[in-house]
Design a protein around this ligand. Structure first.
Ligand code: ATP
Ligand code: MG
Length: 423
């Protein structure tokens, strides 16, 4: 017998021909990677394989040669194209056997719904010799955990809602005790309203010192339209040591990035804005033109947002801006619909008509048409009006229509946040 070794390097195989089409994305491997990383296990290799027994057996052999833990998701269903059990058994040179206890559980599961188990489901009771069956709380396909030649193989079902709880259970029962040693601890610092280069220029000088510390602080940067995130991680000897190392690094980032950091505790921008509104017991209204309601949509992605979101109006035409917000018609000819004055009038009108504490007005040119030399595509004016006055900002975003909409909503939420935080 081989003693159980601590897995360090993992490989992931996402199984399913649909994942090789443009219509389905493999998200399981990302969830598996995140969970493994939390145990200090790195993913060395991953692949997507169709429902083909020989191709899958090849991929399993390839993975076994490169990793000490191989995780497969998908292909555990009852139909002929579900070949994961057979392919893994073949690659490991182990027989399959029918597990009577699983068969009984499958039958009972169908019986509980007044049904007889279809014959094809019997395949789901076949288990690789020596494997431990893993219960599926959200479906019929059981998973399997196999120790083989000093390595481990984990078979999980494809549907994410079946895969996730089984993954968590399998890792805590079978892998965490082996991993035993230090765990990864993480913190994410999120900034909005500054380009990646601006953030990097200020943050980068810190990194060399971080790598020399005990424990070393690792950093990676993730940029998306209007948002730059710095992901920090440490592998500490104890939780207290990890927390102290992360607190210190986050403190240093806050000192150089200042008010452009909106969260260091995992919250999204819309959650931070929501928490600020709730803290003051304020309600918000939005008047959106070029963002088409996106800003309100994002605010209402947060559970409980009815506590502070009063309403939003999407006023795309000049007529709508006048009828629904009372924007003076003369402004359109004098300043143009995309102008500082119209943004202010939209915010003031939304605030007055909704009878709320704070309101936002957004007007701009998302493109690709409609730009001019004075107001090119990407020109956006955003105003915030509250009891203490108002503020307006002029932005020039780049990118396609969707990128402009996203950046404009991001800027509107940032202006709301800064106003609410009194900066
Ligand atoms: P069953 O056939 O019993 O539902 P299974 O284990 O055979 O379970 P699959 O047939 O491979 O699972 O996948 C079922 C569905 O789960 C797929 O249509 C897809 O929507 C989703 N799915 C499978 N693999 C992935 C993956 N890697 N990432 C995201 N979704 C996936
Ligand atoms: Mg299937």
């Amino acid at each position: 017998m081989h003693p159980p070794t601590i897995p360090r390097r993992a490989a992931i195989l996402a199984v399913g021909s649909e994942l090789l089409t443009p219509f389905r994305t493999d998200t399981n491997s990302l969830a598996v990677t995140a969970a493994l990383n939390d145990l200090g296990i790195q993913v060395a290799w991953k692949a997507i394989v169709g429902d083909d027994r020989d191709a899958l057996a090849d991929a399993v052999r390839h993975a076994m040669a490169r990793a000490d833990l191989v995780v497969l998701t998908g292909g555990l269903g009852p139909t002929d194209d579900d070949v994961t059990r057979e392919a893994v058994a073949g690659a490991l040179g182990l027989p399959l056997r029918e597990d009577q206890a699983i068969l009984e559980r499958l039958r009972a599961r169908f019986a509980a719904r007044g049904l007889e188990m279809p014959g094809i489901n019997r395949r789901q009771a076949s288990v690789i010799a020596g494997a431990v069956a893993l219960a599926n709380t959200n479906g019929t396909a059981p998973g399997q955990w196999i120790a083989h030649a000093g390595k481990h193989v984990l078979l999980l079902p494809g549907p994410p809602r079946e895969m996730r709880p089984m993954l968590a259970a399998a890792l805590s029962v079978h892998v965490a005790p082996l991993a035993g040693g230090p765990r990864v601890m993480r913190r994410v610092v999120k900034t909005a309203g500054r380009p990646e280069s601006w953030v990097e220029e200020r943050a980068r000088p810190l990194y060399a010192a971080w790598r020399e510390r005990v424990p070393p602080v690792e950093e990676s940067t993730l940029a998306s339209p209007g948002q730059v995130e710095l992901h920090l991680s440490v592998v500490p000897a104890s939780e207290a040591e990890g927390r102290a190392a992360l607190d210190r690094a986050v403190g240093e980032l806050l000192a150089v990035l200042g008010e452009d950091v909106f969260s260091a505790d995992g919250r999204s921008l819309e959650e931070v804005v929501g928490d600020e509104l709730r803290r003051r017991a304020w309600r918000v209204a939005l008047a959106e033109s070029c963002t088409g309601g996106l800003t309100c949509s994002r605010l209402t992605d947060v559970a409980g947002s009815s506590d502070y979101v009063e309403r939003a109006v999407v006023t795309y035409s000049n007529r709508a801006k006048s009828e629904l917000l009372g924007v003076p018609e003369g402004l359109f000819a004098a300043d143009g619909a995309v102008s500082e004055k119209v943004a202010r009038a939209m915010a003031a009108g939304a605030r007055a008509r909704a009878g709320v504490d704070i309101a936002v007005g957004i007007t701009g040119i998302a493109g690709p048409g409609g730009g001019s030399e004075a107001k090119p595509v990407g020109t956006v004016f955003i105003a915030v009006a509250w009891g203490g006055g108002d503020r307006v900002e002029h932005f020039r975003f780049t990118g396609d229509r969707l990128a402009v909409k996203l950046q404009a909503s991001q800027a509107a939420l940032t202006m709301l946040r800064k106003t609410l935080q009194g900066t």
